[in-house]
Design a protein around this ligand. Structure first.
Ligand SMILES: [Zn+2]
Length: 212
């Protein structure tokens, strides 16, 4: 019991620390964005609705049972299903980060991207941390069709981009999910900076050589 409690306390503190770091660097704003992480017993801790990631109270995080039932803590975010869809498809995930980060959202609004893989493989670190980025078609927030669409795209990738909305990224640990989300945001920024220029992304061979 003691071991479970200390694991949970550590994870609650880590969620608050990562949330503040993300908020302080302007990667999200207001009460947008949410973070979840899974305990070894399968329970999920998630940032609550209307909470700013910059000012999370570790003791008030929403907690879900392994079956997805809200069991304690503050009222969960309305976007809880985005996280649950990722865990459902990406079984080894220990954490999920969803942001409305500016550059990734900007790319999610472009009409002429490849919906199977939105960003080109510009750098090795993008390929290693994100890999591929399918676009989830636009649905209004909370629409049950959005959950189905996310689940469909998450079968093949631990990172998806919601059209006109933002990225949802799973990782084995919270640090993995955070770093992958940040890599995605920086690559979206590079992509927009390079707009109109001739690009030399990694070749299929270079990309394949980076896969584990
Ligand atoms: Zn959102």
């Amino acid at each position: 019991m003691t071991a479970i409690l200390s694991e949970e306390t550590k994870l609650r503190d880590e969620i608050a620390r990562v949330g503040k770091s993300i908020f302080d660097r302007g990667l999200t704003f207001g009460s947008t964005g949410n973070i979840s992480a899974r305990l070894s017993n399968g329970d999920l801790l998630m940032t609550p609705t209307n909470a700013s990631l910059g000012n999370l109270d570790p003791a008030r995080l929403s907690r879900f049972s392994a079956e997805g039932v809200h069991v304690d803590g503050d009222k969960p975010t309305k976007e809880a299903f985005l996280h649950q869809c990722m865990y459902c498809q990406q079984k080894l995930s220990g954490a999920v980060v969803h942001l409305h980060s500016t550059y990734a959202v900007a790319v999610s609004i472009l009409a002429d991207v490849d919906p199977e893989d939105v960003l080109p493989p510009l750098t090795a670190y993008y390929v290693m941390r994100v890999g591929s980025l399918p676009l989830v078609p636009y649905y209004p927030p909370g629409d049950v069709m959005l959950a189905e669409a996310v689940a469909e795209r998450a079968k093949s990738s631990h990172a998806v981009l919601l059209a006109n909305h933002g990225p949802v990224v799973a990782g084995k640990t919270l640090q993995d999910a955070q770093y992958a989300t940040e890599e995605l945001e920086e690559t979206a920024k590079l992509f927009l900076l390079l707009h109109g220029r001739n690009l030399r992304p990694l070749t299929p061979e270079q990309r394949a050589a980076l896969k584990p």
